[in-house]
Ligand binder design. Structure first.
Ligand code: RP5
Length: 156
């Protein structure tokens, strides 16, 4: 299964490339799109509606400001949607965070930290790993390396 990444603007790429870097590290097939809930709503609906039949398993949606992108994506698919609130010019990203995390009941969006693009990719991989033993082993190896780096770190 593949992972889809969408962001509302090219201005989100500097953060969202963190998701792509993780997926490339794990060698997982992915597609990256710039589509906006308010600037290109029809094209967004068309793209999202076809993801399941195109063998995508999870969608990551990054947006800033009134970040309704993740909720709109979730409205058009029953695939799991992970929102990445992007830090914008106002409110230290709280606007983006609340726009995503406060989804009304019935249409869920899982939300990572403000600018948490890397974790969005790791969470997407964990979702796919429920049914993919090789990916599960890769995630365990990633965690082991991370732990080893902490244990071998020094303040000198
Ligand atoms: C949102 O508005 C985008 O996701 C972006 O974070 C923010 C600003 O977009 P630009 O004006 O930089 O295109 O829709």
């Amino acid at each position: 299964m593949k992972i889809a990444i969408v962001m509302g603007s090219t201005s989100d790429w500097n953060v969202m490339k963190g998701s792509v870097e993780i997926l490339e590290t794990f060698g997982i097939e992915h597609e990256v799109k710039v589509l906006s809930a308010h600037r290109t709503p029809h094209q967004l609906e068309e793209w999202v509606s076809q993801l399941r039949q195109r063998d995508f398993g999870v969608v990551i949606a990054g947006a800033g400001g009134a970040a309704h992108l993740a909720g709109v994506v979730a409205a058009f698919t029953t695939l799991p949607v992970i929102g990445v609130p992007i830090l914008g010019h106002a409110f230290n990203g709280l606007d983006s965070l609340l726009s995503m995390v406060q989804m009304p009941s019935g249409i869920p969006v899982a939300v990572v930290a403000v600018n948490g693009a890397k974790n969005s990719a790791l969470l997407a991989l964990e979702i796919l790993a429920v049914k993919d033993h090789d990916l599960q082993l890769k995630l365990e190896e990633f965690r082991k390396k991370q732990a080893d780096a902490v244990l071998s770190s020094s303040l000198e």
